[in-house]
Design a protein around this ligand. Structure first.
Ligand code: C2E
Ligand code: CA
Ligand code: CA
Ligand code: CA
Length: 277
C-alpha cells in the first residue's frame, strides 16, 4: 500500500497533469484564435407560442482549433474570463451577431438576436456604446437585440452591472435573465434586475412531464415573471410532452432540440423556410 502511494508521488509532476496542460494550451491559443478566424456563431431558433412563429435566435459561439478540434464554450469561456480575453471575444460575438442579423433583415428575415454576456462584460465601459453603434451602423433597431446575463454574473459587481444593463435597456436593447433558478437567486434580486425576459433553466424543463415538483416550480415561476412584466423563455425543451406542459402553463417562448439544435447561419434560413410550427 505505502509503496504504491510512493510510486504515485514519485511520478506525479505538473507536466503530467493533463487537464491543467490542456487549460494552459487553450488559454495560450485564445488570443490568436479571433484573428485566425477560428470562431464562428451558430443560431438556435426561439419560437413564440402566441404567434407560432420564429421569434428570434440565440447566438452561441463555436471554436474549432486546428490541433485540439472542437472546444466547448463551457470549457473556453471560463478560461477567457480568467485571462481577460473575454472582452475581445464578446466584442467579436456582438459584431458578428449584429452583422448576421442585418444580413437576414436585408433578405426579409427579421429576427431578434440574443447574445450571451459574461460577468466581466458587465463592467466593460466600452460595451454598450459599441453595441449601440454597431446596431445603428447596421440600420437595425436596438429592439432587435437582446443580451443574456445570469444573476450570478450581475452579482459579481451589481452596481456597475445594473448601470450597464440600464443604459442598454434605455436605448431599447432587451435584457434576459439566463439560467434562471440555478445558483445565486432570490426574489429581491430579481426585482432589482433591469430585465425584460426570464429564461427558465433546462434543469427544471428536462423532467417536466413526469416531475410534479418541476411542474409546480415552472408554473409559479411563469406566474411570478408575468406579474413582474417579464416574458418567459423555456430552455432545453426536447420533447412534445414538455412542450405541452409549457403551453398549458402559458410560457411565451420555447427554445430547445424539440424545434431545433443551434444551426449554422445558412442552415437557419433553410430551417425557417421549411418549418411549419
Ligand atoms: P446557455 O447560454 O445556457 O446556452 C444554452 C446551451 O444549451 C447551449 O449550449 C445550447 O446548445 C444548449 N441547448 C439548447 N437546447 C438544448 C436542448 O434541448 N437540450 C440540451 N441538452 N441542450 C440544449 P452551448 O452552445 O454548448 O453553450 C454552453 C454555454 O456556453 C452557454 O449556455 C453559455 O453559458 C456559454 N456560451 C455559449 N456561447 C457564448 C458566447 O458567445 N458568449 C458567452 N459569454 N458565453 C457563451
Ligand atoms: Ca444563454
Ligand atoms: Ca441558459
Ligand atoms: Ca448556461
Amino acid at each position: 500500500q505505502a509503496k504504491a502511494n510512493q510510486a504515485q508521488y514519485a511520478t506525479f509532476q505538473i507536466g503530467d497533469d493533463k487537464p491543467y496542460q490542456r487549460k494552459l494550451q487553450i488559454a495560450a491559443a485564445l488570443p490568436n484564435a479571433i484573428e485566425q478566424g477560428q470562431f464562428f456563431l451558430v443560431y438556435q431558433p426561439q419560437i413564440a407560442l402566441s404567434t407560432e412563429s420564429v421569434y428570434g435566435v440565440e447566438a452561441l459561439i463555436r471554436w474549432i482549433h486546428p490541433e485540439l478540434g472542437f472546444i466547448s464554450p463551457m470549457e473556453f469561456i471560463p478560461l477567457a474570463e480568467q485571462s481577460g480575453e473575454i472582452f475581445k471575444l464578446t466584442h467579436w460575438v456582438v459584431d458578428e451577431a449584429i452583422r448576421q442579423a442585418a444580413e437576414w433583415h436585408q433578405q426579409g428575415l427579421t429576427l431578434r438576436m440574443s447574445v450571451n454576456l459574461s460577468a466581466a462584460d458587465l463592467s466593460d465601459e466600452a460595451l454598450d456604446s459599441r453595441i449601440l453603434h454597431a446596431m445603428s451602423a447596421a440600420q437595425l433597431k436596438p429592439q432587435l437585440l437582446l443580451v443574456e446575463v445570469t444573476e450570478s454574473a450581475v452579482m459579481q459587481d451589481p452596481k456597475t452591472a445594473i448601470q450597464t444593463l440600464q443604459r442598454l435597456r434605455k436605448a431599447g436593447v432587451g435584457v434576459a435573465v439566463d439560467d434562471y433558478g440555478t445558483g445565486y437567486s432570490s426574489l429581491e434580486q430579481l426585482r432589482q434586475l433591469p430585465a425584460d425576459e426570464l429564461k427558465i433553466d433546462r434543469t427544471f424543463i428536462k423532467d417536466l412531464p413526469t416531475s410534479t415538483d418541476d411542474q409546480i416550480i415552472v408554473a409559479s415561476t411563469i406566474k411570478l415573471a408575468h406579474r413582474l412584466g417579464l416574458s418567459v423563455v423555456a430552455e432545453g425543451v426536447e420533447d412534445y410532452a414538455g412542450l405541452v406542459e409549457l403551453i398549458e402553463r402559458k410560457c411565451d417562448i420555447i427554445q430547445g432540440y424539440y424545434f431545433s439544435k443551434p444551426l449554422a447561419a445558412a442552415d437557419l434560413t433553410a430551417w425557417v423556410e421549411r418549418t411549419d410550427i
